[in-house]
Design a binder for this molecule. Sequence first.
Ligand SMILES: Cc1ncc(COP(=O)(O)O)c(C=O)c1O
Length: 440
Amino acid sequence: MPTSTETATPALHLAYIRAQFPSLAQTVEGHPATFLDGPGGTQVSQRVIDAISNYLGRDNANTGGAYATSRHTDAMIAEARSAMADFLHCAADEVAFGPNMTTLTYAMSRAIGRDLGPGDEILVTRLDHDANVSPWLALEEKGVTIRWAEIHEENCTLDLDNLAGKINNRTKLVAVGYASNAVGTINPVKAIVRLAHAAGALAYIDAVHYGPHGLIDVAALDCDFLVCSTYKFFGPHMGVLFGKRAHLQRLRPYKVRPLTDAVPNRWEWGTLNHECIAGITECVEYFADLGRRKTSISRKERERWSAQVQVGTRRAAIVAAFEAIHTYEHGLMERLIAGLSQIPTLKLYGISDPARFDERCPTLALRVVNQTADQTPLALATKLGDRGFFTWDGNYYALNLTERLDVEKSGGFLRIGLVHYNTMEEVDRLLVAFKEIVGK
Ligand SMILES: Cc1ncc(COP(=O)(O)O)c(C=O)c1O
């Protein structure tokens, strides 16, 4: 039976895609540069680079001025907001920009925490990146109790019974990641939002890792907040916050007095990175163009992602793009996991059962079993780096997970992160390199 990537119509046109990203053509000491570091930050397409550079070369100005370049800047930001609204499936005034997800989340935790105190509870998870943990832990200073949802250690999935058992009528907010940046697990976020709402709590979703891999639909999720970072999905270094309009209006940000009280601007402090915002529209258009290159969206696709997509819109094109990305990445992941599982010295963390691959991203955490000093995650990443493979090692701030799995003191994991610009040929070369480095 052909795999999903060997069917007559490939899900994605790789030659077209790779030509968009100038950095992919680099070599490292004679080796092709192989970017497996997407979870730390993805490469950027030429159209995003051009948008940033054109903005700096022509319109570089502050907002709200009575002259041409300032007006262009206002219009450019409005366009980027509406592009992100299509990307997330919300209204443009529910989108706020910030330097990164961590900063936005600290600002939201401070604002939400204003009304919380002893007797209130917030639920965080053992699987999350610390950026969706520490900003909530900071509220312990105000007497808020932080509760922890545990994981199934054998496959690094959330223990939903444990999570549900820790939500009660004192719970004010549930903070959960859409996908793990360490082991790739995709969490059943919609069900968790429902659990939170049933108890009268807010749901705060960290979609930073999920962003490049799957369609985000805040309308379908019904989450209260969702944060992501465009540099993880082929755009510039920016953070993006979705908040339901009613919350953005009701909550009180810490802000300077002259800043407007209108939403979403009251959640954007100081002068933003305008040149990077200029890259955001092109970042979203890149996805939309991938979708437009598909002839149509099938009924199945539409039902799978959302009931509310209108054919012909940018949102519909984004939906189509993610369907193609999902299929293509799935094929890469199957091949990589099948190959790695042939190397007995390697242990893969997270979901390894192909029947459950829809519950994971192609982000793999590995270790050598009974590792020696030259087989630590850092040693492996270095040896791979010397061969042109860019991987990561350590905890990547998923600290609670590396501590729970007791790998923190011995170097954490080696992380391989595939995205849709990676190829089968890269996967095959990586497997050969692994066999050289750690043996068959
Ligand atoms: C899952 C996840 N959440 C949050 C963050 C923090 O994002 P930012 O760098 O935009 O603050 C990261 C960064 O790696 C991440 O992977």
